[in-house]
Design a protein around this ligand. Sequence first.
Ligand SMILES: NC(=O)c1ccc[n+]([C@@H]2O[C@H](COP(=O)([O-])OP(=O)(O)OC[C@H]3O[C@@H](n4cnc5c(N)ncnc54)[C@H](OP(=O)(O)O)[C@@H]3O)[C@@H](O)[C@H]2O)c1
Length: 249
Amino acid sequence: MDSKVALITGGSRGIGLEIAKVFAQCGADVVIFSRKEESLKRACDVIKESAPNVNVSYQVGNAGDPDLPFEVVESVVSEFAKIDILVNNAATNPHFGPTLSITPEQMDKILKVNVAGVMRWTQAAWEHCWKDNIHKGSVVNIASIGGISVGGGIGFYNVSKAAVIHLTKQLASEMGPMVRVNAISPGLVKTDMARTLWENYGDQLAEKLPARRIGETSDIAKAAVFLASSMSEWVTGTNLVVDGGSLLV
Ligand SMILES: NC(=O)c1ccc[n+]([C@@H]2O[C@H](COP(=O)([O-])OP(=O)(O)OC[C@H]3O[C@@H](n4cnc5c(N)ncnc54)[C@H](OP(=O)(O)O)[C@@H]3O)[C@@H](O)[C@H]2O)c1
């Protein structure tokens, strides 16, 4: 990934931070984006420590803001001259419980960040970098196995992830041949977002899984390296499930 430029939304912690760290260790310059500047600064230090020879920077904002992606992408392109890799990783889930109990505000937030956000960041990268067919691009959307299965508690979030998987295929069909678009669907991974799930049910679930453990952020980062790099140059429109076999049990 030497001399590649990667923009990662939700890159200040969890899966996004690990992806940024591994991309940087593989030689890419990385720009991370999330809402909290303090976390972003800390994340940049962590990335720089593990990959001192690449450029690491951050931009602050809400991934669900419809106009901000265009400003951020424009400034990244003016600083680095291009974007090779866009990882749409930021997502939110303000509702837990029976799907029928979700409010309009909660649905709105989920759709704005998780679905429209993916669309706007991709449109921005297309507009400011890829539409002239000069630079190759790779978009990696972080979906979820919830997008291809039915389960309790986070039903509408799962609907948003099903939309991300479909959007991935749709955009892949429209953005080739210079831009590839793929998704990763993680199973349960030890991060803040899924803390309630893995703290309460992690051991139980791990016992049942063919892999006998729940996911680490590095499991997802390795898949992201594959999909973002030329190792997967004939792969587009796919949804790579990385779940330790969760869908089998
Ligand atoms: N963990 C799992 O088990 C699991 C399973 C399947 C899929 N996923 C997916 O994996 C991705 C990463 O999740 P994670 O588990 O790593 O979550 P996490 O640890 O909670 O990290 C979320 C990241 O996104 C940022 N973020 C959240 N809302 C944002 C917003 N509206 N605008 C900008 N940045 C925002 C957070 O930073 P700030 O708070 O500073 O904004 C943080 O950097 C998500 O797409 C999630 O749906 C996770």
